[in-house]
Design a protein around this ligand. Structure first.
Ligand code: F6R
Length: 369
C-alpha cells in the first residue's frame, strides 16, 4: 500500500504534484477563466458578500492564513482568519453578507464543525474546503469545494495542505473574477501560472537529497527556529508544526519582522534557523528586509538555512545552507516553499528514530472539542 515507500508520509509527499494537478482539474476552462459552478453559491450572492471569515485548525489553519493574503489582495474584501477552537467563544460578528470558509482535510474536526454551525446560526453562508467526500463538515455546509488529494493516511498533513492552498487560491481568484476587481489581468495571469505549478512542485521534489542530508546532521539539536514574512510567515509556522509533530523537537515559527521585538534574544551559536525568503521580484521591499534579518541572525552565530528562489543571489553570502525553489508568483510561493520543510521534518523524525506515520499522542482526525 505504501507503493514502495517506507512510510505513507513519504508517499504522500511524493504524490503532491498529482494532488495539486487533480485539484485544478476541470476548474479552469478553455479560455483561462475559472468555473466553480460546483460550489453552488451563485455569482449574485458572491457579489453581495462584504467580508470573508476562515476557520480551521492546525495545518489547515496555516492554509487559511495564506488564503487571507490572496483573498484580500485579489478581491479587496476584508478577510479574517481564526482558529476554529477560539472562534465561537468570542461572539464573532457574522451576518448574511459574511462568507465563512471552513477548511478541513478530514471533514470531521469537531472544533471546525462547531465553528461552522455557529456561523450558520448567525445566517452566514458556509463554504467548506474539504478532502473527504460526504464527511460531516461538507454535509453541514451550504457549499463545498473538494480538494482532490486522495486519502491521506500519515497523521502529519502534507498533500492535503498543498491542495488546501490550491483550493484557497481558486476561491480567491474566483471571487476576484466574479466581483471584477482592478486585478483582472493579474488574476488571468495567475490562473495561467497555476497550470504549471504542479511541475514546479515536482521540480522541488527532485532536489531534496541535500535537505535530507542536512536534516540528518541536525538530529541531535534541541531547537530549530523558522522565519518568514508575508505568505512565508504561515509557511514558517507550518515548518515548525511539522517538526514538533514528527521530530518532537522544540520548533517555533516567527514573522521575521518580529525578531527585533523579542525572538532575536533566542539566537545563539550554531542554532539552526530556517528562513523562507520572498521573491526578489515583485514586492522586493519584503525581500530586502528579510535579507537583512538573515544578516542579523548570522552575525549572532545562527546557522542559517535559507529557502530562496532560483536566481536570488543576494542571499548567497549569508546562507550556511541554501535550498533553491523555482520562481513562482509571490502569492503562490507557499506551494513550493513548504515542500522542503516537509522533507526536512520527515527525515529528522526518521533520524531520531520516531514513528513517522503515527507520531505519539496524535490522531488523524480530532473529533473531540
Ligand atoms: C498537522 C495536522 C493537524 C490537522 C488539524 C486539522 O499535520 O495534520 O494539525 O491539520 O488537526 O485537521 P483537519 O484538516 O482534518 O480538520
Amino acid at each position: 500500500e505504501k507503493g514502495g515507500y517506507d512510510y505513507f508520509m513519504l508517499k504522500e509527499i511524493a504524490e503532491q504534484p498529482k494532488a495539486v494537478a487533480d485539484t485544478l482539474l476541470g476548474r479552469i476552462d478553455g479560455s483561462g477563466s475559472l468555473t466553480l459552478d460546483e460550489v453552488r453559491i451563485s455569482p449574485r450572492v458572491l457579489r453581495e458578500i462584504d467580508k470573508v471569515v476562515i476557520v480551521a485548525c492546525g495545518t489547515a489553519f496555516h492554509a487559511a492564513m495564506i488564503a487571507k493574503y490572496a483573498i484580500e489582495h485579489w478581491t479587496r474584501l476584508p478577510c479574517e482568519v481564526e482558529l476554529a477552537s477560539e472562534f465561537r467563544y468570542r461572539d464573532p460578528i457574522l451576518d448574511a453578507q459574511t462568507l465563512v470558509i471552513a477548511i478541513s482535510q478530514s471533514g470531521e474536526t469537531m472544533d471546525t464543525l462547531m465553528a461552522l454551525r455557529h456561523a450558520r446560526e448567525q445566517g452566514s453562508k458556509v463554504l467548506a474546503i474539504c478532502n473527504t467526500n460526504g464527511s460531516t463538515i461538507p454535509r453541514e455546509s451550504d457549499a463545498v469545494l473538494y480538494t482532490h488529494a486522495g486519502p491521506e493516511v500519515a497523521v502529519a498533513s502534507t498533500k492535503a495542505f498543498l491542495t488546501q492552498l490550491v483550493a484557497c487560491y481558486l476561491v480567491a481568484l474566483y471571487l476576484g473574477q466574479v466581483r471584477g476587481t482592478k486585478w483582472g489581468d493579474e488574476i488571468r495571469a495567475v490562473i495561467r501560472d497555476l497550470s504549471s505549478i504542479a511541475g514546479a512542485v515536482e521540480q522541488v521534489l527532485g532536489t531534496m537529497e541535500p535537505v535530507r542530508e542536512l536534516a540528518r546532521s541536525l538530529a541531535a539539536k534541541d531547537t530549530v527556529l523558522f522565519l518568514g514574512r508575508h505568505v512565508g510567515y504561515p509557511v514558517a509556522l507550518e515548518g515548525a508544526l511539522k517538526l514538533k509533530e514528527l521530530a518532537y523537537m522544540h520548533a517555533e515559527g516567527f514573522a521575521a519582522g518580529e525578531l527585533k521585538h523579542g525572538p532575536i534574544a533566542l539566537i545563539e551559536e550554531d542554532l539552526p534557523v530556517v528562513v523562507v525568503v520572498p521573491s526578489p521580484r515583485g514586492r522586493s521591499v519584503l525581500h530586502d528586509k528579510i535579507v537583512s534579518n538573515i544578516q542579523e541572525i548570522r552575525a549572532r552565530g545562527a546557522r542559517t538555512i535559507v529557502i530562496a528562489e532560483e536566481g536570488d543571489e543576494a542571499v548567497v553570502p549569508y546562507a550556511d545552507h541554501l535550498i533553491r525553489i523555482p520562481v513562482t508568483p509571490t502569492l503562490l510561493q507557499p506551494l513550493v516553499a513548504t515542500v522542503p520543510l516537509q522533507v526536512f521534518a520527515c527525515e529528522l523524525a526518521t533520524a531520531r528514530g520516531n514513528e513517522v506515520d503515527q507520531p505519539r499522542n496524535l490522531a488523524k482526525s480530532v473529533t473531540v472539542e
